[in-house]
Design a protein. Structure first.
Ligand SMILES: Cc1ncc(COP(=O)(O)O)c(C=O)c1O
Length: 397
């Protein structure tokens, strides 16, 4: 996959020596810019906008998110707890399958509890009734699968054949809809407005008979709304029309768009050798700190990276960067670094606030990057979290 990172923005003038290495640095001003765009979509269309914690759950920024958005969406009990502890507004929880022992707390913490199948709703209905009898107020939703593939890569396409995500829309009946307050679908990944429009065209015919009885329709995430070339006016018109046509409150729950281009991951070159081309070991590991580099896969953009020659990388002075772990494939990519690759050189990968910080591991005992909050408007800089040996030990026994 291609990285969709934009330009470095204010990070172009950030002195990498001001933070630890490795370290995530998030720019609060850029985060606010993104949130302002999302809030504007919500205000103009009257849709509610939730921030998807799975993408970005740096809870020290929760109050900033809460200033702009209507709440958060969570993926299960632990994110729901995080949401209720730190975040403002509504909590919508969706999980591919709930466990019995989590149900009571999820129902208590969430405003919307969204199930992946009618079978799970039926199984947990006694919990729903008991919670309601206790006076708890929440809505029940069903995630449907639109059976409409739009993804570039099947791995990121919930409508891919035999997908487990969502109840196949062609199996939806009146009885199913009778159990729920709202419908949820999530069908996109880093996409523009048109794939959403096409998905809705497919979904429309199946749910039109229920317009009037659905209290809300949640369009999931994957909308790359804060990317400069996203078709925002079209989205606003579409969301407003949808609310009018369906009589439902419309929700979107972007994750990546909240933190797009809002953070970097700073690293340091530890050693440089030669094996048919320059090879450097750095203190950032693809597998431990940016697993999507291997999983997607994709090549993260580097701050100040020099352009590659069209022919042959070794001729162009590119250096292969890899992490300190034992995994042979712990390779980030080939880069022309902004300065000579020597031990001690600092560098940074762009657009690392979302889906990197939330996915880090300590495989091989590789230390976790510390987390810093910078504000490019005031130049204020704060280390909000540093991890140590105890964090590594605490995850094992
Ligand atoms: C149900 C659901 N909602 C929201 C999101 C957030 O998507 P994104 O971060 O691509 O906007 C995801 C991502 O996988 C999701 O599965």
């Amino acid at each position: 996959m291609e990285t969709k990172a934009g330009d470095p923005g204010a990070f172009a003038k950030f002195d990498l020596a001001r933070v630890d290495s490795p370290a995530f640095v998030v720019d609060a001003a850029k985060l606010r810019d993104n949130l302002r765009i999302l809030a504007d979509i919500g205000e103009r269309s009257r849709a509610k906008v939730l921030s998807a914690l799975k993408a970005f759950s740096m809870w020290s920024t929760a109050s900033i998110v809460g200033e702009y958005l209507d709440g958060v969406c969570t993926s299960g009990l632990w994110e729901a707890r995080l949401a209720s502890e730190f975040y403002d507004g509504e909590i919508a929880t969706y999980c591919a399958a709930y466990k019995e022992e989590d149900m009571d707390e999820i129902l208590r913490l969430s405003d919307h509890v969204i199930f992946n199948s009618p079978a799970q709703i039926e199984r947990f209905w006694p919990y729903v009734e008991l919670a309601r009898a206790r006076g708890e107020i929440f809505h029940i939703g069903l995630r449907i699968n639109p059976l409409h593939p739009e993804g570039e890569v099947p791995k990121y396409d919930p409508s891919a054949p035999h997908s487990r995500l969502g109840f196949p829309i062609d199996q939806l009946t009146e009885d199913h809809v009778g159990m729920i307050d709202g419908i949820h679908f999530h069908n996109l990944c880093e996409q523009d407005f048109e794939p959403l429009h096409r998905t809705w065209d497919k979904v429309f015919d199946f749910i039109e008979p229920y317009f009037g009885s659905l209290k809300w329709i949640n369009l999931g995430g994957g909308h790359h709304i804060t990317r400069a070339d996203y078709q925002r006016d079209e989205l606003v018109e579409f969301l407003s029309d949808m609310a009018e046509d369906t009589g439902a409150q419309i929700y979107i729950e972007p994750g990546e768009a909240v933190a797009l281009d809002a953070g970097i991951l700073v690293g340091t070159v530890l050693d440089v050798g030669w094996n048919g081309m320059p090879v450097a070991i750095v203190d950032i590991s693809a597998t431990c700190h940016m697993p999507d580099v291997i999983e997607a896969p994709y090549r993260p953009a580097m701050l100040g990276e020099l352009p590659m020659d069209e022919d042959g990388m070794d001729e162009s002075g590119a250096v292969r960067l890899g992490g300190p772990s034992c995994l042979a494939g712990d390779v980030i990519g080939d880069y022309r670094l902004p300065a000579a690759a020597e031990p001690g050189l600092r560098f940074a990968f762009l657009d690392q606030a979302h889906y990197s910080m939330v996915k880090t591991t300590t495989f091989n005992g590789v230390p976790l990057p510390s987390i810093w909050l910078w504000d490019s408007e005031t130049d204020g800089l704060e280390c909000v979290r540093r991890f140590d040996y105890e964090d590594f030990r605490g995850r094992l026994s």
